[in-house]
Design a protein around this ligand. Structure first.
Ligand code: UTP
Ligand code: MN
Length: 511
């Protein structure tokens, strides 16, 4: 065992006066020694660290900025390919930059925006007959429609992503989702491996699976996964409202496989899980747009009754023009800042008094700009006043129908007996998951952007903000670390503009 102190010094060979504090956590630099020599690399590494940059000794997949001197794009690409044998990166490719970007950033004291002149050029020579499409590396830079041309491939990648999630390997799961998302943005179906040339985010594993499907029509790995007891049980157990991967995994190890096993087990369930098993069939039947609209009318009535002038907006998948969803998401605000305070409990009481809620759990608003803003890492959880609920929707609006447009991503396994059981259990109404979120009007645009999704689109927006713009984006605000101030916005368009992105309308955010 190496003593801690020595280990620390060893891991950073560039001098003891290096500063450990990283001022720009989203920028992870690696300097290529080739043609530069070890002593210059060591000098530049030390310089970068003293200025608060994170400069890595070794190349890894987490590196975001690769810097070299007197190397061509091809030379750097060859060097990088040699570092990741068997398929290359699974995430977004690192920027390949000339030393000028590094020296300018040192002079400025922060990472300067990447200009074209900083980038190394890589020549692409597609083999004849391949359809070469350029696809940008971040999902928020691309248009991703709901309907696309590669469902066979994306369905398979989704199974691998889900399985990685069941194994609590988030990085792997996101990598498969990214690969699938790139295929969703293609204007045509992939027919041969050459069609993938130049596309970002396709790691070796994803490429192997795609190749197998292109050649044999299916992937053995995916087929086996779909057949596996563990995958099936994890899928069934995590589809119970209130049950996450950890609980499902424990239950599976204890021999449970379906939601009915959970009911029969006699295990003590929390309030949420009790609702989850009680309304299991309904909650696993896709919510239709007609049902979402019917719930919208009820929410509108409730909100107007307790605070006239308040406004509700349908967000989530339905705002992206999806025809079905797993729940219905609403944002509630009032044009006068502050008027929205304390609104949620009143809305909930109004709904409860009319017997419209089968379940609800309300969180209070805990967001404070002064403490929650720039210092916090930007991640998914936001701090709005929020109500997770299950509505009791009268049946006329909730006719069980088949939806041909629904992809397998949204369509739970169903059969006649399940449908009959459902109909006999709850003939007059359907249980529907609804998320209500109250936002001050000053944060509305950020909340709307954050809650419209898709999840991968949101993830890449936040990553783009951090890595490319040195900003921090959440569902509450946008903070600019270079100017040390918040950037205000009253529309989604303004937020895209602040981020230097082309505006992507909701229907094309189905990444
Ligand atoms: P959903 O999980 O409801 O997804 O979250 P969806 O796109 O509407 O799809 P279905 O049809 O319901 O399955 C909607 C958006 O809200 C954000 C997510 O990032 C997602 O993009 N969200 C969700 C949050 O910001 N915070 C949360 O706690 C939950
Ligand atoms: Mn939703």
């Amino acid at each position: 065992m190496v003593p801690l102190k020595r280990r620390k010094t060893n891991s950073r060979s560039a001098g003891s006066d290096d500063v450990a504090v990283t001022k720009f956590p989203h920028v992870i630099i690696f300097i290529i020694e080739r043609k530069m020599g070890a002593s210059r690399k060591s000098f530049l590494t030390g310089l970068g660290r003293r200025k608060g940059f994170r400069v890595e000794e070794c190349y890894s997949q987490s590196v975001t900025h690769v810097v070299s001197e007197n190397n061509s794009g091809e030379e750097v690409q060859d060097w990088l390919d040699a570092q990741t044998p068997g398929g290359g990166r699974t995430g977004v490719p690192a920027h390949q930059l000339d030393i000028s970007w590094f020296t300018e950033s040192m002079a400025a004291g922060h990472p300067v925006d990447i200009q074209d002149r900083h980038r190394l050029r890589v020549r692409m020579e597609p083999s004849s007959g391949a359809t070469v499409t350029t696809v940008k590396g971040y999902a928020c830079q691309r248009r991703t429609p709901l309907q696309h041309h590669n469902t066979l491939l994306t369905d398979a990648l989704l199974v691998l992503a889900e399985n990685a999630e069941f194994c609590e390997n988030e990085g792997r799961s996101v990598a498969f989702r990214r690969a699938g998302s790139v295929l969703k943005a293609l204007p045509q179906a992939v027919r041969k491996m050459e069609d993938l040339q130049g596309l970002p985010c396709l790691g070796g594993h994803s490429q192997r699976v795609i190749k197998e499907i292109l050649e044999d029509g299916k992937s053995r790995e995916v087929e086996m996964m779909l057949q596996s007891k563990q995958y099936q049980a994890m899928k069934a157990l995590t589809s119970i409202f209130g049950v996450g991967v950890k609980t499902a995994e424990r239950w599976f190890r204890e021999g449970l496989q379906r939601h009915t096993d959970v009911v029969n087990s006699g295990y003590k369930l929390n309030h949420t899980q009790q609702a989850g098993v009680q309304y299991y069939d309904d909650l696993n039947t896709p919510v239709t747009k007609a049902e979402a609209d019917a719930i919208g009318q009820i929410v509108e009535e409730a909100v107007q009754a307790v605070l006239p002038g308040a406004e509700i907006t349908l967000t989530g998948g339905f705002r992206r023009d999806k025809l079905t969803g797993h729940d219905v998401d609403f944002l509630i605000t009032h044009p006068e800042e502050g008027k929205e305070e304390g609104l949620m409990p009143k809305v909930v009481s109004w709904l409860e008094a009319r017997g419209l809620l089968l379940y609800q759990k309300t969180n209070t608003n805990s967001y404070l700009e002064s403490t929650d803003g720039p210092a916090r890492p930007s991640h998914n959880m936001d701090r709005f006043e929020r109500c997770f609920s299950i509505f009791r929707l009268e049946r006329p609006h909730a006719r069980p129908e088949q939806h041909p447009q629904a992809t397998c991503e949204e369509q739970p396994q169903d059969d006649d007996s399940a449908r009959e059981r459902r109909a006999s259990q709850s003939p007059g109404w359907k249980a529907v998951r609804v998320d209500l979120v109250v936002t001050p009007v000053s944060q509305f645009a950020f909340a709307l952007l954050g809650w419209t999704g898709s999840q991968l689109f949101e993830r890449d927006l936040r990553r783009w903000a951090g890595q490319e713009k040195h900003m921090s984006l959440s569902s509450h605000a946008l903070y600019d670390s270079k100017q040390n101030r918040y950037l205000r916005a009253s529309s989604e368009e303004e937020i895209f503009a602040h981020l230097g992105l082309e505006f992507i309308p909701p229907a094309e955010r189905n990444a």
